[in-house]
Ligand binder design. Sequence first.
Ligand SMILES: C[S@@+](CC[C@H](N)C(=O)[O-])C[C@H]1O[C@@H](n2cnc3c(N)ncnc32)[C@H](O)[C@@H]1O
Length: 232
Amino acid sequence: MTGATSADAVGPRGVPERIVHQADALTWLRARGLLVGASVITSLPDVSELPALGFDGWRAWFEDAAVLTMSTVPREGVAIFFQSDIKRGGGWLDKGALVSRAAERAGMGLLFHKIVCRKPPGTVTYGRASYSHLLGFATVLRPSLRRITADVLSDAGFMPGSKAMGVKACVDACRFVLQETTTRTIVDPFCGWGTALAVANAMGMDAVGVDLSARMCKRARLLRVDLEGERG
Ligand SMILES: C[S@@+](CC[C@H](N)C(=O)[O-])C[C@H]1O[C@@H](n2cnc3c(N)ncnc32)[C@H](O)[C@@H]1O
C-alpha cells in the first residue's frame, strides 16, 4: 500500500510501535511528504538487488532515491545512511561519495561519517568491502561537540541478513537521534530485514518501514533484537 498518513507514524508513548508497508519506497515517500517528527535510518539497495536497471541506471536511481529520501526529512531530524562500497570490474564504487553528492543536491550538511567494520580489520574481501559507511546529514541541526562519539565502529554487530545493517551500527545511529534530535520515530524506506526498526523499538522509539518485497516486510514486522547480546 502507499499513501500513509501522519497518524501511522506515531503511537501512544510508552509502547513503541512498528508499522511496515509493502510499497515502492519512492512512491511512498512522495505520497507521504515531510516526515514530521521523524528521522531516517536506511540502507539503499545495491546494484545486485536491482539488476534490471543496469549499472549506470542503478547509479542514477541510487542518487535520486537518496535525494528524495533526504528531502522528506524535517528540519528537526537527521538522515542516516548505512552503505557498503563494491569492487566492480577492477574499479571501486564509493557509495559514501554517492550519498554525499545526493546530500549536496538536497541542501544537507554532513554531521558525521563513520566507518563500520563488518569483518575484522585485516580481512581481505572480494566484491563487497569489509566495511560500511555510516553517514549522518541534516539541514540545520548540528551535533554538540561535547557528545561526540567514535568515528570507527570495530564491529557492526549482529546482521540478520547478508545485506542487513548491523545491530551495533543501528544502536549508534539511534543513540545519535535520541541525543541530538527531538524526533522519536525512525523511518526506514528500504527496511529489508527491519534491523533499524527493531533497534529503534528496543530503544523506545516508534518505527515505520517500507519494502517492495512481501517476504522482507514479513521479516521486518517480526524481527526482535537483543541490544545486550546483539543477536536476534
Ligand atoms: C540493502 S537492503 C536493506 C537492508 C536493511 N537495512 C536491513 O538491515 O535488513 C535493501 C532493501 O530494499 C528493498 N528495495 C529494493 N527496491 C525497493 C524499492 N523500490 N522500494 C522499497 N524497497 C526496495 C529490497 O527488497 C531490500 O530489502
